[in-house]
Design a protein around this ligand. Structure first.
Ligand code: PXP
Length: 247
């Protein structure tokens, strides 16, 4: 593998706009700047409460994004119908709770393979590749394969929010989940809570081919600009991949 794809999640740009119900800052403009800086994909989460990304954003992004759109969504009729109409390149199924600050855990997949399989089939029939956002455990990986997902996205939030020995333990969980995914031959993305100081170790895990990163990049963009923030993350990822090749 010569490249790990970077999906930039621009939800937080829309969060600032929705705070004041202004026309700015526009996540559509942010997405274009991310692409110019080298992002491989634009990731957006259309939440059921529409707290950040709006349908208007999605339909304009569909006309302006030159790379790919990764639409995160709950397995709920409202947003599934929009996904099938919009036809993003990838749909990532995520769990959603109305009062959460951000997506908290991975999807519960074990025992729900048939139910999720029906949703996956519906999206696939619309020509959309389907990824499942799951916790880093081998049973969830196997269940995602059984449900018919094209890709898993390993939840890195547990790893990102701890330090020291606990962080090493969480990194090992992600590596174990990736190893199971590699055995099944399913594509592996990872994301949530990743930043400039904890992403390299994730890039060193064999098989991980895509990262979706939002909060850290948008936060840095406030200080250094979006172009620089995306380029800085691309350098971090390239170094992490180089370390993988050396190990
Ligand atoms: N991947 C998934 C599935 C997510 O739900 C999110 C948050 O919307 C991200 C990646 C990006 O997380 P963060 O903003 O913490 O980088």
């Amino acid at each position: 593998m010569n490249h790990i794809r970077l999906g930039v999640n621009v939800d937080h740009v829309a969060t600032i706009r929705q705070n004041r119900k202004t026309l700015y800052p526009d996540p559509v403009l942010a997405a274009s700047i991310c692409e110019l800086a080298g992002a491989d994909q634009i990731t957006v989460h259309l939440r059921l409460d529409r707290r950040h990304i709006q349908e208007r954003d999605l339909y304009i992004l569909r006309q302006t994004v030159q790379t790919e759109i990764n639409l995160e969504l709950a397995a709920e009729e409202d947003v599934l119908a929009i996904a099938c109409d919009l036809k993003p390149e990838t749909a990532t199924l995520v769990p959603e709770r109305p009062d959460e600050l951000t997506t908290e855990g991975g999807l519960s997949v074990v025992g729900r393979e048939a139910e999720l399989g029906a949703v996956i089939n519906r999206l696939k029939k619309a020509g959309i590749r389907v990824s499942l956002f799951i916790n880093p455990d081998p049973a969830s990986v196997t269940a995602a394969v059984k449900a018919g997902a094209d890709q898993i996205e390993i939840h890195t939030g547990f790893y990102s929010h701890v330090r020291g020995q606990e962080q090493a333990k969480q990194l090992a969980r992600i590596a174990e989940a990736a190893e199971t995914a590699n055995k099944h031959g399913i594509a592996i993305a990872a994301g949530h809570g990743l930043g400039y100081f904890n992403t390299q170790a994730i890039c060193a895990i064999p098989g991980i081919s895509e990262l979706n990163i939002g909060h850290a990049i948008i936060s840095r963009a406030i200080m250094v600009g979006m172009d620089q923030a995306v380029k800085d993350m691309i350098s971090v990822i390239a170094q992490g991949l180089a370390n993988r090749k050396l190990s």
